[in-house]
Design a protein around this ligand. Structure first.
Ligand code: GSH
Length: 214
């Protein structure tokens, strides 16, 4: 198994956490998102992922892209420990929490989107940071409400074992700090982050622990 990854990429970080939680060993193929204008844009990498995004995941000669699809693949192939609850409504809730981050927040604060806003619309670093803060903050506030209101309130986003929702949340908090968000507004989320980072699977997936970390 090979993961095309960048240490600071939160979508790659999600897959690293899932692989660690499942106890799977894998090879890392680093793709530097800034060096030389971005290695993800090279023809050789676009042949792996036509979207020019990390992560990409190789297993048994097949290449998979999109972090949530990769994690669902791992979940189906290696069901234990489960990253989704058993009950269909609970599964849908956990997926919806994950999607708050993966579908509504992360895509509009992504490197290529911020670069486009800067270049095409003449916005400064300060302005694009405020843009990122706005969307991250909105998403985290909604997610915190969902966490507090759900029926299985526990140590993690849902219940007392980590799920896909925590896998998406923890990496997003790294981005939130990078863009200067005030996380003290989301105390329930900060508690969950602490519980996640106490687990080796999360701690060892952190950007600073990766072989390509700078
Ligand atoms: N929805 C995709 C998002 C992938 C993504 O946005 N990756 C970022 C890093 S976190 C990337 O490769 N960015 C490169 C760029 O913006 O040029 C997934 O979940 O895999």
């Amino acid at each position: 198994m090979k993961l095309y990854t960048f240490f600071r990429s939160s979508a790659s970080y999600r897959v690293r956490i899932a692989l660690n939680l499942k106890g799977l060993s894998y090879e890392q193929a680093p793709v530097h998102l800034r060096r030389g204008g971005g290695e993800q844009l090279a023809a050789a990498y676009k042949a792996i992922n036509p979207q020019a995004l990390v992560p990409a995941f190789e297993d048994n000669g097949r290449i998979l892209t999109q972090s949530l699809a990769i994690i669902e693949y791992l979940e189906e192939k290696y069901p234990k420990p489960a990253l989704l609850p058993a009950d269909p409504a609970d599964r849908a809730l956990v997926r919806s929490m994950a999607m708050v981050i993966a579908c509504e927040v992360h895509p509009i604060q992504n490197l290529r989107v911020l670069n486009h806003v800067k270049k095409e619309y003449g916005q400064s670093d300060e302005q694009v940071n405020r843009w990122a803060q706005h969307w991250i903050d909105l998403g985290l506030a909604a997610l915190q409400q969902m966490i507090v209101a759900q029926p299985k309130r526990g140590k993690f986003c849902f219940g007392d074992t980590p799920t896909l929702a925590d896998i998406c949340l923890v990496p997003q908090l790294g981005n939130a700090r990078r863009y200067g968000c005030d996380l003290s507004k989301h105390p329930a989320i900060l508690d969950i982050e602490k519980n996640c980072l106490a687990l080796a699977a999360f701690a060892n997936a952190a950007p600073e622990k990766q072989p390509d970390a700078e």
